[in-house]
Design a protein around this ligand. Structure first.
Ligand SMILES: NC(=O)c1ccc[n+]([C@@H]2O[C@H](COP(=O)([O-])OP(=O)(O)OC[C@H]3O[C@@H](n4cnc5c(N)ncnc54)[C@H](OP(=O)(O)O)[C@@H]3O)[C@@H](O)[C@H]2O)c1
Length: 280
């Protein structure tokens, strides 16, 4: 009798074959990062979850083990700290880490000169330095294996200068360009690279600053599903029809100065994020 496999089982097998049995999700304790962890566990991938709030990571790990039977390891620490970054490759030694999702972000809101200098430097540390260091540490092993994947989170805000989140937006431009370069460099090495250029997403981080949904706001699960399905199909995915239309309008039709002014209008009401435990 022919074995009838469900679509979910086929997806799971294809994914594990392509990306190996372990993934590292950096910034996994809530919101989008937690949704990535869940979607990867559903595909049968074991997980290394990284963030500062260990209690949240432990809770997510317990749920994923119970629901999907995957192994989950938790690595608690601050990605802005070079010393912590250095521990991650050895924390993963012996694990077949074939997929890296870099989701963590630092996004201080406010006019540049009024944001604490330390918070601005953390934008560079968390959004720029840490993904570069992590990818440099993990890519050689993936290249030897001849398969793997990298998912980097970027934002429509990074397509042009964005007042009141200027440093964050600039770091997201860096991320997109990094992903595009790596996509081409690695495309014959069996390693898929994608930048997910998201519009607004209903995450705790977004809710803290925006307060209400912008047009085209998506749930984390929608963003994750569209991104994982697009992995291997090109250097960039923009989840959501409205966001794709906004991207075309802002980057191809509007003069750049007008695009910057439009972004200024949409960030003028953003509130500086309140402190949460583990966040700086
Ligand atoms: N939400 C949106 O509307 C939106 C729109 C466009 C793009 N994006 C992109 O999507 C990604 C997710 O953004 P989000 O704000 O919605 O966040 P999120 O996925 O809800 O959470 C951010 C995660 O990063 C972790 N993190 C932050 N700083 C860290 C650090 N220094 N060390 C270790 N972990 C750290 C946080 O955990 P701990 O606090 O426990 O460390 C948390 O798990 C970001 O890359 C962002 O640029 C989001």
């Amino acid at each position: 009798m022919t074995e009838r496999r469900t679509e979910a089982e086929r997806l799971r097998d294809r994914f594990a074959e392509r990306y190996g049995s372990w993934a590292l999700v950096a910034g996994a304790s809530e919101g989008l990062g937690a949704a990535y962890a869940c979607a990867l566990a559903e595909r049968g991938v074991n997980l290394v979850l990284v963030a500062r709030r260990k209690a949240l990571l432990d809770e997510i790990g317990e749920d994923l083990r119970a629901c999907f039977g995957v192994e989950v390891r938790v690595s608690e620490g601050d990605l802005a700290e070079p010393a912590f970054l250095k521990t991650l490759p050895s924390a993963c030694s012996g694990l077949d880490v074939g997929l890296i999702v870099y989701n963590a972000t630092q996004a201080p809101v406010g006019d540049f000169a009024s944001v604490a200098a330390e918070d601005l430097m953390r934008v560079v540390d968390v959004n720029v330095r840490a993904p570069v260091a992590l990818l440099r540490a993990f890519l050689p092993r993936m290249t030897v294996r001849g398969r793997g994947g990298i998912v980097l989170m970027t934002s429509l805000a990074g397509n042009q200068g964005t007042p009141r989140i200027a440093a964050y937006a600039a770091s997201k431009a860096f991320t997109r360009v990094l992903a595009e370069g790596l996509w081409h460099e690695l495309k014959n090495s069996g390693i898929d690279v994608i930048a997910c250029c998201a519009g607004a997403i209903r995450t705790p981080g977004y809710a803290m600053t925006a307060g209400k949904d912008a047009p085209g706001t998506l749930d984390p699960e929608q963003v994750v599903e569209q991104t994982l399905r697009a992995l291997g199909r090109g250097p960039l995915v923009i989840p959501g029809f409205i966001n794709r239309a906004a991207n075309t309008f802002m980057s191809r039709l509007l003069p750049r100065r007008a695009a910057i002014s439009l972004m200024a209008g949409s960030t003028s009401s953003l509130a500086p994020a309140k402190e949460t435990k583990g966040r700086s």
